[in-house]
Design a protein around this ligand. Structure first.
Ligand code: ADP
Ligand code: MG
Length: 292
């Protein structure tokens, strides 16, 4: 029962008090929002409609906001940010979300350099369960990366997947033509715009493979900072390696899972269910508190 408050001026500010800045994207600014009645803290994703003067662009932005809102409000999962309110005012659009108060997984990896295998496994398990949930709803996220995986609690590494700004419902009418997502994490079939039909949701699995790789060693598998060819070609040809000494101590099972996720042909790429059944993820699962 998500009420959408349309076009009523300042309704958001009547209900919430804006506090600290949490992050900034292309169009959105994200700030802590405190409910004036309950005192509970949320994250508000705020879009400044005034910034876009061109009517067509503004319409597009409104539409994207509605898509993000409608997709996110269908989803209810422990590891995915939940929507608590939507406000559409003349000048601003607001999306009130669960607050992931420990920031981006990106920063946590930068500060730890990389994750121990047990910690990487925790993150992976939650991420895969979140994606399995999305798959079942026919939703493809399309922008999974370390900046969009947020931490509710950094010591236990409880994650919340965020930013459904590029998400899509997989429909019969579409194979995903739009080249979107962040280059470093983008699947080869997105770059080559291959017809892939029912394999659409596997673009998320590729990105998860990139995330797992970075978790385990602290640097990305594909990058323009490496020797040529350009990153785009590295991705299209699946050119990456497990350089020594960084990967020397990483288990064979973990490397195998990365390898299965980073399959150039989506038909060969591991599915969510198969990934969840992979030996690396089955190890030590007993000790994990959340439900599977
Ligand atoms: P964009 O679509 O512009 O990338 P995001 O939804 O990814 O917007 O938000 C931008 C940044 O704001 C995120 O990378 C993160 O640092 C912060 N952020 C977003 N949502 C939350 C949240 N629910 N809790 C805490 N921080 C958040
Ligand atoms: Mg983002």
């Amino acid at each position: 029962n998500l009420a959408v408050h349309r076009m009523e001026p300042c309704l958001f500010k009547q209900s919430y008090l804006l506090a600290d800045h949490l992050g900034k994207g292309a169009f959105a600014e994200v700030r802590v929002a405190i409910n004036r009645v309950t005192g509970k803290r949320y994250a508000a994703k705020i879009i400044d409609r005034k910034r876009i003067t061109q009517l067509e662009k503004r319409k597009k932005m409104d539409e994207n906001f509605r898509i993000e809102t409608s997709i996110l409000s269908r989803v209810r999962h422990d590891s995915i940010v939940q929507v608590h309110g939507v406000f559409e005012e003349r000048d601003y659009l607001y999306l009130v979300l669960d607050l992931a108060s420990d920031g981006e997984l990106f920063d946590e990896i930068v500060s730890r350099e990389f994750l121990k295998e047990d910690d990487a496994r925790r993150v992976m398990l939650q991420l895969l369960l979140a994606i399995r949930h999305l798959n079942r709803l026919g939703i493809v996220h399309r922008d999974i990366k370390l900046e969009n995986i947020l931490l509710e609690d950094k010591s236990s590494l409880r994650i919340k997947l965020a930013d459904f700004g590029l998400a899509k419902i997989v429909g019969e009418q579409m194979f995903m033509k739009t080249v979107c997502g962040t280059p470093m994490y983008v699947a080869p079939e997105v770059l080559t715009v291959r017809k892939i039909g029912r394999y659409d949701n596997l673009v998320d699995m590729w990105s998860i493979g990139v995330v797992l790789y970075i978790c385990l060693c602290g640097f990305p598998p594909f990058s323009d900072e490496l020797s040529p060819p350009p990153m785009r070609d590295q991705i299209i040809h699946g050119m990456y390696s497990f350089p020594s000494p960084y990967w020397d101590t990483v288990s064979e099972d973990a490397r195998e899972l990365v390898h299965l996720m980073l399959q150039v042909d989506p038909r060969n790429r591991i599915t969510v269910d198969a990934a969840l059944a992979h030996p690396w993820l089955r190890a030590r699962r007993q000790g994990i508190r959340w439900t599977i």
